[in-house]
Ligand binder design. Structure first.
Ligand SMILES: Nc1nc2c(ncn2[C@@H]2O[C@H](COP(=O)(O)OP(=O)(O)O)[C@@H](O)[C@H]2O)c(=O)[nH]1
Ligand SMILES: [Mg+2]
Length: 415
């Protein structure tokens, strides 16, 4: 008997097809058939729902129940995917376990896949029978993380909309505190890597610098947007539908949260710390293009705010005030530095190098206190507590260290 014949087996979805050792060519034919055919050409598992159709046109989230009149859920959680075949089953299992306890029957998971070559959407569709709260969207004409999230929210039935990465780098357990924050009245609850309890597990120095550099650039260009949360790059959050409904969103690249902060009507924000996990399966899709998209996005939001300002006050819309404050504080630091140096070296006769180091440290302290209390007061007020302040001071010191070393070297060379 040929190895591939035998008693009839129960039908299985074609994406589950395993190659037969004696006829490997069949695997190629079936895989070609799976990826080349339109969705409706194969039958999904019994009991599973058909694929969700993505909306076309503007990226605008409808107001309450306009997606499905009369049907409203508490929470819709979007899982954007691209080549996450090896992660979806575990993720859906973990999320369902948690949400079945938290919000039984009152939530949905919407997986939005951009026609992944690894067939993530098909694997997800195969899970629907076991997880009836799961809905699957396969996008074939559009790509990109941010637009995927909005397309998911456009068909969502929840009053609270949320997003989580589908690669298990965002701990599902955080949904509970995020949900509690929303219940307590927040318009937006963000999972943050940059507050107490937060962090990144194993990022190299380059990735840390790029992430922080992008944030600082955002703070300079768009302080009123980027400065509202400690982790504006977070891709894990919940938002009240009312806060973003009917607004024309135009996100670029990965940073959907920026777009919501820039264009939504968001008053109360809560943040919950979390540690960004390492991937155990699949690969990150971040490329240099995402950094360019981020710059473009910042620029678009900056311009939109500038253009929306009243004609006479447009200049004030630029981050001029902060820049002036920063410059003034810098100037005060120069005066403090010179005065202490004169006092220690000139008046008290202390050695030059020691005097310079002490003077610079006093100036650094001066600049830090003024910047913290004045230039960046709107940001530091959200990171209260002695420990957070000490951390900021140490970072500021570390950044100033290079300048100090150079200063002492030049001084010693000249005198
Ligand atoms: N639908 C969709 N999802 C995407 C796209 N790019 C990335 N994702 C998903 O977005 C999440 C975060 O992406 P990832 O590459 O892991 O970003 P990183 O965690 O910053 O390295 C993952 O669930 C990805 O599968 C895309 O173009 N379309
Ligand atoms: Mg990831």
């Amino acid at each position: 008997m040929a190895p591939c014949s035998g008693p009839p087996r129960p039908p299985r979805p074609i994406w589950d097809f395993k190659p037969c050792p004696s006829r490997p060519w069949r695997a190629i034919v079936v895989r070609y058939a799976l990826f080349a055919q339109p969705v409706c050409s194969f039958s999904p598992l019994p009991g599973s729902k058909p694929l969700l159709q993505p909306a076309a046109g503007l990226l605008t989230v409808p107001g309450h129940s306009s997606a499905l009149p009369g049907v409203t859920l508490a929470l819709s959680l979007v899982l954007p995917t691209y080549n996450e075949q090896s992660n979806v089953a575990e993720l859906v299992a973990q999320l369902t376990r948690l949400l079945d306890e938290m919000l039984p029957g009152d939530y949905e998971l919407i997986l939005v896949d951009d026609d992944s070559p690894d067939g993530t959407w098909a694997v997800a569709l195969g899970l629907v029978a076991a997880y009836p709260q799961l809905r699957v969207m396969r996008r074939q004409t559009e790509r990109g993380l941010s637009s995927a999230v909005i397309r998911g929210w456009q068909v969502a039935r929840g009053q609270i909309l949320a997003v989580i990465d589908a690669d298990l780098q965002h701990p599902p357990a955080l949904l509970r505190p995020l949900w509690q924050a929303m219940e307590q009245g927040a318009d937006l609850a963000v999972a943050s890597r940059h507050i107490d309890g937060g962090g990144v597990s194993d990022w190299n120095l380059i990735r840390r610098c790029l992430s922080r550099g992008a944030q600082i650039l955002g703070l300079v260009l768009l302080p009123g947007v980027v400065g509202r949360v400690s982790d504006p790059m977070s891709g894990y959050f919940m938002v009240r539908r009312d806060a973003i409904a009917q607004r024309s969103l135009q996100p670029k690249g990965y940073k959907i949260l920026l777009e919501l902060l820039g264009r939504g009507q968001i008053e109360t924000i809560a943040e919950v710390g979390y540690v960004f996990q390492e991937r155990s399966a699949g690969k990150s899709k971040v490329t240099w293009q995402q950094y360019l998209d981020y710059l473009h996005h910042l620029w678009t939001l900056r311009w939109a705010r500038f253009a929306a300002g009243p004609p006479g006050r447009k200049l004030l819309a630029l981050p001029m005030a902060r820049f002036l404050k920063f410059a003034l504080v810098g100037l005060s630091g120069v005066v403090v530095d010179m005065a202490v140096l004169y006092l220690l070296h000139g008046a008290l006769g202390l050695a030059l190098t020691r005097s310079k180091i002490l003077a610079a440290e006093v100036a650094i302290l001066n600049n830090f206190l003024w910047n913290d209390a004045w230039t960046f007061a709107d940001i530091s007020v959200r990171q209260l507590g002695r420990a957070a302040r000490l951390k900021r001071l140490l970072k500021f010191n570390a950044i100033c260290l290079a300048g100090l070393v150079l200063n002492v070297l030049v001084l010693n060379l000249l005198y």
